[in-house]
Write a protein that binds this ligand. Structure first.
Ligand code: HDE
Length: 694
C-alpha cells in the first residue's frame, strides 16, 4: 500500500528508547551520581562547577512552552485515510482524496477550546477536530470543529470573542466555561453568534466520546481539478459509532471524577484495538450555484442543509496508534489552515482568510521560531527543499553555497517543478478598498431557528436547561434580558422557556418561526444499532451469582461492549454464591456511574443484600437511572433498584430498565439482548427523572 507507514518510518529515526542505557548528560557523558549536588563540604554551598546540576535544573526551568491561546487542552492519535474510490477526481487533483490505492498517514488532535491545558474534558464547549494528512504532495491540514458553524463571521472579531469566553481577566474565573457575564454580554450584542450558541447549548457541546462526534471543516473551501475548474466544498467527518452525548449533570460530575474522561477514552480504545473510525464526506456546490442559497457560502455561521446538498462519501479514516510522548507529538503538532496541497484551495470567507494568517503566526511564539516544521511530528513525508536557512532550532545541515533563486552556482536548484505543483486557483478580484461586512451576511436568525426546529423534544429540553444554567450564572440582569430578547428572534417558545428559568420577564413575541427543519441536525437521527466499545458496570459483592456475571461478561463482549465488574477491591475476588471466584476489575469505592454507559446488578441474595445496604451502590444505580442510562437487575438484584427509587413492577418499569426475576441461577437469553438494545439507543430520553434523588 503506497505511503501507509511513511510517517512512522520517518519517526522511527527519532524515537528514543532508553531501556538498557546508562544515565548521561546531554553531552553524552555518563554520570556517577544524580541525587546530590556538588558541594563545598557537607552542609556547604553548591558549586558553580556542577555542570550536571546546572544542566538538569536549567533544562527543567525551560520545560514549558506557551499553551495554545485557544484549544489548549487536547489529545491526539495517529491513523490513516484511504479513499473508497476515485470519483472525486472529477473535482480535484488532490491524490490522497482520489486514489484508492493511496493510504495516507495522519495525526488527529481533538480539543476543547476555552480551557487551559489542565482543564477538564467534559466542559460545555466546542471540540476541535484537527487532522494533519502527511500526503505524498505535502502536508494538508483540515483544522475543523465538531460544530459545522462558528461564532463570528470575520476573523477580526476573534480576539474579542475569545476574550469574552475565556476566564474574566481580573480574577481568571471561570475556568473552561462559557457560563459567565462576559461571554453572554458579547453574545447578546453580537447576534451573528446565535447559530453557534444554539449548538453550544445543545448536547453537541458535551460529546460522550471524541470517537462519537462529527467533525466539520466549517468554511466553504474550494476543490480544483486538472483543468483549473473550482468546485465549492464543505468537509464532514461522520463517526462510525454514531454521534452521542452526555447529559450536563453527568459532565459536571465527570469533571471531578475523571477530568481526563475523553482523553482516556480515546487512549483506551486505541490500546484495546477498538480503532475509532470516521467517514469523510463532502458537500459539493458548483461554482455556477454560488448564489443559489438564501445565505452566503462565504459566511461561516451558516450550514448548507444536508437535505439541500447531500453529503457524499469519499473515504475512511482509522485511528490506530497512540503517541509515544504527549509533549513531542500532541503538544508540538502545529496545524495551519493554509497547509493545503494541489487540488484544495480557499474561498474569500473572511474567517478563513484570517485563520490563514493566524495559525502560522501563533506557532512562531508557541514553538519558538521559524523551524517548527522540522519538529518530527510536523515534518512532511514529501520531500522538503527550500531556500530557507538558519533560525532557532535549525535541524538540517544544508550543503552548498546557494540559498537563493535564481542561481546558476547550484545548477538552479532547488528548481521550479512543473508537475503536481500547487497552482493558486485563478479568479478575477475587483473592488473598492472598504471595511464593511457584506450585506449577504446579515441574516442571523433563520439558521438558529432551523436548528431549533430540527431538535427532538428531549434535545429542546436540554437546550432550554443549558440556557437556564448558563444565564443563571450571569449576574447582570440586563445581559440576561438582552439574550432572551435575541432568542425571541429565534423562537418565541424557546425565549419564554428560558426567561421563566432565569427570572426575566418573558418577551412579547418576536419574529415568526419559518417552520423549516433539517432532520440531519438531530442527534436523535444518529445510528443506534451498535454497542461497540460501550462500558457497562456490573455491581457485585460476596455471594453474587457467578454464572450470571459470566453470562453478562460474555454476552456484552460478543456484541463488542465491555463489562467491568465493580466490587470491594480492585484486582481482588468476590466469592460467588456457588463458592466459585468472581474477578473484580474496579474497586467500587473508586468508581462513579457517570463514567459508564449502563449498569447491571446480578442476582445472589447475599450480594444483593450487601449492595442494597450500601449507599454508594444505591446511589450508583440511581445516578445511572437519572442520566437515562440502561439499568438492569436480576432476581435479588432488583432490590437494589427499588432502593434507588426505580420501579421494578413489570408495568411501571420503563424500556431502559431490564429485569429478570426467578431466573433459577441462569439469565434468560433475552436479558443481555434487551439490555444491549437499550444500550444501543444510548439513553432512554423519555424517562422522567426529575424526582430521582441523585
Ligand atoms: Fe482556530 N486557532 N481560529 N478555529 N483552531 C487555533 O492555532 C483562529 C477557528 C481550531 O489541535 C490556534 O495552533 C482564528 C475556526 C482548532 O492544535 C490559533 C480564528 C475553527 C484548533 C487559532 C479561528 C477553528 C485551533 C491556537 C478566527 C473550526 C486547534 C493554537 C478567524 C473550523 C488545533 C494554534 C490543534 C487553534 C486561530 C477560528 C479550529 C490562535 C484567528 C472557525 C481545531 O491560531
Amino acid at each position: 500500500m503506497a505511503n501507509g507507514d511513511a510517517k512512522h518510518e520517518q519517526l522511527d529515526g527519532v524515537r528514543a528508547d532508553l531501556t538498557d542505557t546508562e544515565l548521561t548528560t546531554q553531552q553524552g557523558v555518563r554520570v556517577d551520581h544524580t541525587d546530590d549536588s556538588l558541594q563545598a563540604g557537607e552542609r556547604g554551598p553548591t558549586l558553580l562547577e556542577d555542570f550536571h546540576f546546572r544542566e538538569k535544573v536549567t533544562h527543567f526551568d525551560h520545560e514549558r512552552i506557551p499553551e495554545r491561546v485557544v484549544h489548549a487542552r487536547g489529545a491526539g492519535a495517529y491513523g490513516h485515510f484511504q479513499p473508497y474510490d476515485g470519483w472525486l477526481g472529477e473535482h480535484t487533483v488532490a491524490k490522497f482524496l482520489t486514489d484508492p490505492n493511496v493510504r495516507t498517514p495522519l495525526f488527529v488532535r481533538f480539543s476543547t477550546v476555552a480551557g487551559s491545558r489542565g482543564s477538564a474534558d467534559t466542559v460545555r464547549d466546542v471540540r476541535g477536530f484537527a487532522t494533519k494528512f502527511y500526503t505524498e504532495q505535502g502536508n494538508y491540514d483540515l483544522v475543523g470543529n465538531n460544530f459545522p458553524v462558528f461564532f463570528i463571521q470575520d476573523g477580526i472579531k476573534f480576539p474579542d470573542f475569545v476574550h469574552a469566553v475565556k476566564p474574566e481577566p481580573h480574577n481568571e474565573i471561570p475556568q473552561a466555561a462559557s457560563a459567565h457575564d462576559t461571554f453572554w454580554d458579547f453574545v447578546s450584542l453580537q447576534p451573528e453568534t446565535l447559530h453557534t450558541v444554539m449548538w453550544l447549548m445543545s448536547d453537541r457541546a458535551i460529546p460522550r466520546s471524541y470517537r462519537m462526534m462529527q467533525g466539520f471543516g466549517v468554511h466553504t473551501f474550494r476543490l480544483v481539478n486538472a483543468q483549473g475548474k473550482g468546485t465549492f466544498v464543505k468537509f464532514h467527518w461522520t463517526p462510525v459509532l454514531g454521534s452521542h452525548s452526555l447529559v450536563w449533570d453527568e459532565c459536571q460530575k465527570i469533571a471531578g471524577a475523571d477530568a481526563d474522561f475523553n482523553r482516556r477514552d480515546l487512549w483506551d480504545a486505541i490500546e484495546a484495538g477498538q480503532f475509532p473510525e470516521w467517514e469523510l464526506g463532502v458537500q459539493l456546490v458548483d461554482e455556477t450555484d454560488e448564489f443559489a442559497f438564501d445565505f452566503d457560502l462565504l459566511d461561516a455561521t451558516k450550514i448548507i442543509p444536508e437535505e439541500q446538498v447531500p453529503v457524499r462519501p469519499v473515504g475512511k479514516m482509522v485511528l490506530d496508534r497512540n503517541p509515544d510522548n504527549f509533549f513531542a507529538e500532541t503538544e508540538q503538532i502545529a496545524f495551519h489552515t493554509a497547509n493545503v496541497v494541489p487540488g484544495i484551495d480557499f474561498t474569500n470567507d473572511p474567517l478563513l482568510q484570517a485563520r490563514n494568517f493566524s495559525y502560522l503566526d501563533t506557532q512562531l511564539i508557541r514553538l519558538g521560531g521559524p523551524n517548527f516544521a522540522q519538529i518530527p511530528i510536523n515534518r512532511p513525508v514529501a520531500e522538503v527543499s527550500t531556500n530557507q536557512r538558519d533560525g532557532y532550532g535549525q535541524q538540517r545541515i544544508h550543503r552548498g553555497g546557494t540559498s537563493y533563486t535564481p542561481n546558476s552556482l547550484s545548477g538552479g536548484c532547488p528548481a521550479i517543478g512543473d508537475s503536481e505543483v500547487f497552482r493558486h486557483y485563478q479568479t478575477r478580484v475587483d473592488g473598492d478598498k472598504i471595511r464593511k461586512r457584506s450585506e449577504s451576511f446579515t441574516d442571523h436568525y433563520s439558521q438558529p431557528t432551523l436548528f431549533w426546529n430540527s431538535m427532538a423534544t428531549w434535545e429542546k429540553d436540554h437546550i432550554v436547561e443549558a440556557f437556564r444554567f448558563e444565564l443563571g450564572k450571569v449576574g447582570h440582569r440586563h445581559v440576561r434580558e438582552r439574550v432572551v430578547a435575541e432568542l425571541d428572534h429565534v423562537d418565541h417558545d424557546l425565549a419564554v422557556a428560558v426567561a421563566h428559568g432565569i427570572g426575566v420577564d418573558p418577551p412579547a413575541g418576536g419574529t415568526e418561526n419559518h417552520g423549516r427543519s433539517s432532520p440531519a441536525l438531530s442527534l436523535a437521527n444518529s445510528r443506534t444499532d451498535s454497542i461497540a466499545t460501550r462500558k457497562v458496570a456490573v455491581l457485585v459483592a460476596d455471594g453474587v451469582d457467578a454464572t450470571e456475571v459470566e453470562q453478562i461478561r460474555r454476552g456484552l463482549s460478543e456484541r463488542g461492549a465491555t463489562a467491568e465488574v465493580l466490587g470491594a477491591s480492585h484486582d481482588g475476588r468476590a466469592r460467588g454464591a456457588d463458592g466459585s471466584e468472581v474477578n473484580i476489575d474496579v474497586a467500587a469505592r473508586t468508581a462513579m456511574s457517570v463514567v459508564y454507559d449502563g449498569v447491571i446488578v446480578p442476582g445472589g441474595s447475599e450480594s444483593a443484600r450487601t449492595l442494597a445496604a450500601d449507599g454508594h451502590a444505591v446511589h450508583f444505580v440511581a445516578e445511572a437511572y437519572k442520566h437515562h442510562k440502561p439499568v438492569a437487575a436480576s432476581d435479588e438484584g432488583l432490590e437494589v433498584l427499588r432502593r434507588a427509587g426505580i420501579s421494578t413492577d413489570g408495568e411501571g418499569a420503563d424500556p431502559g430498565v431490564v429485569l429478570a426475576a426467578n431466573t433459577g441461577g441462569a439469565l434468560p437469553d433475552q436479558f443481555v439482548e434487551q439490555f444491549a438494545a437499550a444500550l444501543g439507543k444510548h439513553r432512554e430520553w423519555d424517562r422522567d427523572t426529575a424526582s430521582t434523588p441523585a
